[in-house]
Design a protein around this ligand. Structure first.
Ligand SMILES: *Cc1c(COP(=O)(O)O)cnc(C)c1O
Length: 468
């Protein structure tokens, strides 16, 4: 080893010496000695390697103490601060899968806090003084809301579909229209889920047209289930058809087969006022004679991630008895949030309690006023153009792009900072603000921003504009 390198290594401060540095003992106070000692060892190791690799040689001396302390501080911040953080969603996409879909309301969070921070009756029957079931909390409410005989809850809608198929059709055939073999996104494909469940896919009809007779002809002694899937995220228009749900239900009943529908969004509210007419309601599906529905908790229901299975008691009991139910069940964090969300729907206070619906209900004119109030606070550089324009908020969450609601947008275009730069800086801010970049225009839709955050948005935009 060359002497110079030897000297450099010898001069690296010891762990004990570093621990007596005020900046480092400060970190110990915020965490623990063991954690900080671990960080120190790692940082010192990497300095030793750099010296041996002669990367640090051109400094001509050992890494200064401050540089080691700074590295330890950076490493401390990297590991001790959560990465999962709030994002201000100014995209106007209400159920943005990238941003956690439906935000939760105050009532649901209070209920969650109360239940999760304490012991609870999660699996205890208080009246009887004996072991109870966690199934009861959602079941009693879903029976009322949907008019079903029985309901259970699992991790998400994908899990609900998988569990139902595995419970009811493992080793048998499931009949499904070719027009419904969809991909929901991020590797959730109906044919793949079906195969993994152990069921055999029996496709009928064509991509655009499937008739009742196609189903009828495909039924055999191997058939276990007819599956209907809401093609949430795309639409077949033009020369297309599929049987009405009640016709399909009548056929299933006649042949003593269960008809299951994956409804997807789980819309329990009337979206007619928003010009959205054909979003299926699981309660209507059950009314039409479907024996079993599944839908998500965090789409149009506006609650937590969950998959709800509801329908006839005997089918739901078979699914409940599948040992895989245990692997897919929900925990004490999900159940209180879901319970509160369902109570809001049942008692008719959903529009007030559920943020998704509050946001959806805001008239475009009110959103425009908020946008103008923000614009009035900004001093915009001469080269940047700021306008308030008409636009559209999207439902998102696997709904088709034509599920839109009119809104008004803050639109930045032109010069310096460029819309792309503005977008990047807002996205990388604290808290991050997500916007839309379209046709060289930066668009902010306040529909998906709570009004209390308007000030914060204005401040963030102003900082970015000023810094440029
Ligand atoms: C969104 C969706 C799913 C998946 O729901 P998750 O709760 O995300 O698992 C399944 N089926 C349909 C029709 C959907 O729209």
């Amino acid at each position: 080893m060359p002497p110079a390198e030897n000297d450099l290594l010898r001069n690296i401060p010891s762990v004990d010496k570093l621990l007596s540095e005020p900046a480092i003992s400060n970190l110990v106070q915020q965490s623990s000695r063991a954690f900080v000692v671990g960080l120190l060892r790692r940082v010192l190791d990497s300095f030793r390697q750099r010296i041996s690799g002669r990367i640090a040689k051109d400094t001509g001396s050992v890494e200064p103490l401050e540089s080691i302390v700074a590295s330890v501080q950076a490493e401390f911040a990297r590991l001790s601060v959560p990465r999962l953080c709030r994002v201000i969603n100014a995209t106007g996409v209400l159920l943005h899968t990238n941003f956690g879909r439906a935000p939760l309301g105050q009532k649901a969070l209070e209920h969650l806090g109360e239940v999760a921070a304490n012991y609870s009756n999660l699996e205890f029957d208080l009246d009887g003084g004996r072991r109870g079931s966690r199934d009861v909390f959602a079941d009693r409410l879903l029976r009322q809301l949907l008019g079903c005989e029985r309901a259970i809850v699992v991790n998400n809608c994908a899990a609900a579909l998988f569990l139902a198929l595995n419970s009811l059709a493992d080793g048998g055939e499931v009949i499904i229209s070719r027009g419904e073999l969809i991909e929901i996104g991020d590797s959730f494909r109906i044919p793949d889920i079906l195969r993994k469940s152990g069921a055999v896919l029996k496709e009928v009809g064509t991509t655009n047209r499937t008739r009742l007779a196609d189903y009828a002809q495909a039924i055999s002694e191997r058939t276990r289930l007819i599956l209907r899937v809401h093609p949430s995220n795309f639409r077949i228009v033009g020369f297309s058809c599929r049987p009405a749900l009640d016709e399909l239900a009548a056929l299933a009943r006649e042949r003593s087969l269960p008809l299951m529908e994956d409804v997807g969004g789980g819309c329990l509210i009337d979206l007619q006022n928003f010009g959205i007419h054909d979003e299926p309601n699981p309660s209507d599906s059950l009314q039409s004679g479907v024996s079993l529905v599944c839908f998500s908790g965090d789409k149009l229901l506006g609650g937590p991630q969950a998959g709800i299975l509801a329908g006839s008691a005997n089918l739901v009991e078979v699914i409940r008895a599948n040992p895989l139910f245990r692997a897919l069940r929900v925990d004490k964090l999900t159940l209180p949030v879901l319970e509160s969300t369902l109570i809001s729907h049942l008692t008719g206070t959903a529009a007030q309690d559920i943020p998704l619906l509050q946001m959806l209900n805001q008239p475009a004119a009110v959103i425009g006023q908020r946008a103008r109030a923000i614009a009035a606070q900004l001093s915009v550089p001469g080269s940047v153009q700021l306008r308030i324009i008409d636009g559209q908020s999207m439902i998102g969450g696997g709904c088709t792009p034509d599920r839109v609601v009119p809104t008004q947008l803050l639109a930045f275009s032109g010069g310096e900072p460029s819309p792309a730069r503005l977008e990047a800086q807002l996205r990388c801010g604290r808290p991050p603000i997500a916007c839309r970049l379209e046709n060289n225009c930066l668009l902010l839709d306040l529909r998906t921003v709570v009004p209390e955050d308007d000030k914060l948005v204005a401040g963030a935009i102003q900082r970015v504009l000023r810094a440029s």
